[in-house]
Design a protein around this ligand. Structure first.
Ligand SMILES: Cc1ncc(COP(=O)(O)O)c(C=O)c1O
Length: 376
C-alpha cells in the first residue's frame, strides 16, 4: 500500500458487531483475564484502540512496533530513560524543542547521566562521541529554526560507535520523512501536532524495532503516560487525513515562505524548501516534502513581534503547532521559554523570531492577512 492508502486503512480494527466502517471504541480499563493470552490494561499499552494506532503509525514510519503515549514529552522522557543509566552519556543537538532541552538540563545530572549539546551537523555529533555515549538524539527540521541534519550520516556514525539513534520527527511528519529507512533506530512524534492535526488532542508515539519497543514498553509500564481509548479514536480519524492535510500544508508553507522572503519588512526566513536555506540540498535528499513550519524575523524596529501578531486577524497567535489552522508564536516566550536567554542566544532564537505553522486555508487569504499586518 502507498502512504495515502495506509493513512486511511492501515491498522484499522474491524467492527464485527454492526459492520460499521470505523474502528469501534473499547473504553474499558478492566478486562476479564482467566482465559486471556495477554493481561489487557491501559497502562500496559496493550488495549485494542492503542494497538490500532500503533499499527497505523508503524506502517506510516516503516517500523516494526511502537508505544503510544499521552504526550510527546511522555514519549521522549520514557524512551530516554529506557536506555540511559548512571554513567552513560547522550549527545543531542543544541537546537531542539525547548521542552526536550529543558528536560535534559533539569533532570539528567541528578541521575548521573552526562550530556553534550552540539551543533546541528553530523561532524559535531561524531566529535562529541565518548566511549560511554549510549544515545544520539536528533531533531530535523529543528524547532524553531528549521535547521537540517543529514540523518543517514548520523545513523552511520552511530552504528559505527554502537549508539542508539533517536529522532524527533514531529516537524517532518511520516508523510515528509521516514527516518527508519535512513537507518534511525527510534522515531518519536509529538502527535499533539500533525498526527492529531486539529489542535484538539495531546499524544505522543515512539516506533522502532520489536526488540527496542519491548524495552521501551517495560519502562512505560512503570512511568505510565498511556492514552485513553476515546482519544485513540479521535487520533485514528485524524490520521486518515494526514497525507492530504500535510501535502496542502507543505504547498501553502512554500508559497508563504517565498512571499516572506521577498518582503522588505522581513529578514531571515528559515524554511528548508527555499533554495538559499543552508540545509536545502540535504532536505531535498531525505525529505519528500519540506513541511509546513517556517520562521522569520521582522526587519523594522517600528514593528515588534508582539505588535505584528496583534495585527493579524486570520492567523492566530497560539501555543502549539501542526493544526489545520495557521498559527504563529514567538518561541522566546512560548516553546523555548523554559531555556535560558543565554542558550537561546547561542541557538539563534532572538526575541523578534516568529514561528509560523501553516494550515490548510487558502494561501492567498493567509498571505493577504500577513501582508496587511506587515504594513507599518
Ligand atoms: C518538536 C517537538 N517535539 C516534542 C514536543 C513535545 O510534545 P508534547 O507537547 O505533545 O508533549 C513538541 C511540543 O511543542 C515539539 O514541538
Amino acid at each position: 500500500m502507498n502512504i495515502e492508502t495506509k493513512c486511511v486503512h492501515a491498522g484499522e480494527g474491524a467492527d464485527t458487531i454492526t459492520k460499521g466502517l470505523n474502528t469501534p471504541i473499547f473504553p474499558s480499563s478492566a478486562h476479564e483475564y482467566l482465559d486471556a493470552e495477554d493481561l489487557a490494561y491501559p497502562r500496559y499499552f496493550n488495549t485494542f484502540n492503542q494497538k490500532v494506532i500503533v499499527r497505523k503509525i508503524c506502517e506510516l514510519e516503516k517500523a516494526e512496533d511502537g508505544i503510544l503515549f499521552s504526550s510527546g514529552m511522555a514519549a521522549i522522557s520514557t524512551v530516554l530513560f529506557s536506555f540511559l543509566k548512571a554513567g552513560d552519556h547522550i549527545i543531542l543537538q543544541d537546537e531542539i524543542y525547548g521542552g526536550s532541552h529543558a528536560f535534559v538540563e533539569e533532570f539528567f545530572e541528578r541521575f548521573g547521566i552526562s550530556y553534550s549539546f552540539v551543533a546541528t551537523n553530523a561532524g559535531a555529533i561524531e566529535s562529541a562521541i565518548r566511549p560511554e555515549t549510549r544515545i544520539i538524539f536528533i531533531e530535523t527540521p529543528t524547532n524553531p529554526l528549521l535547521s537540517i541534519v543529514d540523518i543517514k550520516e548520523v545513523a552511520e556514525t552511530a552504528k559505527r560507535n554502537k549508539c542508539i539513534t533517536v529522532i524527533d520527527n514531529t516537524f517532518a511528519t511520516p508523510i515528509n520523512q521516514n527516518p527508519v529507512k535512513l537507518g534511525i533506530d527510534i522515531v518519536i512524534h509529538s502527535g499533539t501536532k500533525y498526527l492529531g492535526g486539529h489542535s484538539d488532542l495531546s499524544c505522543g508515539a515512539a516506533v522502532t524495532t520489536l526488540d527496542l519497543a519491548s524495552k521501551i514498553r517495560k519502562t512505560a509500564t512503570n512511568f505510565g503516560g498511556n492514552l485513553n481509548a476515546l482519544t485513540c479514536y479521535i487520533l485514528e480519524r485524524s490520521l486518515k487525513t494526514l497525507s492530504v492535510r500535510v501535502k496542502q500544508q507543505n504547498e501553502n508553507a512554500f508559497q508563504t515562505a517565498k512571499f516572506l522572503n521577498h518582503h522588505s519588512a522581513v529578514k531571515n526566513v528559515y524554511y528548508p524548501g527555499l533554495s538559499d536555506h543552508p540545509g536545502h540540498a540535504v532536505a531535498c535528499d531525505q525529505m519528500n516534502g519540506f513541511g509546513a513550519m517556517l520562521s522569520f524575523e521582522l526587519n523594522d524596529s517600528n514593528l515588534s513581534a508582539d505588535n505584528f501578531m496583534r495585527k493579524l486577524s486570520l492567523v492566530k497567535p497560539a501555543v502549539s503547532l501542526g493544526g489545520i489552522e495557521t498559527t504563529i508564536c514567538d518561541p522566546a516566550r512560548t516553546s523555548h521559554a523554559k531555556i535560558s536567554p543565554r542558550v537561546r542566544a547561542r541557538q539563534g532564537i532572538t526575541d523578534s523570531l516568529l514561528r509560523l505553522s501553516v494550515g490548510i486555508e487558502n494561501v492567498e487569504d493567509l498571505i493577504k492577512d500577513i501582508d496587511q499586518a506587515l504594513e507599518i
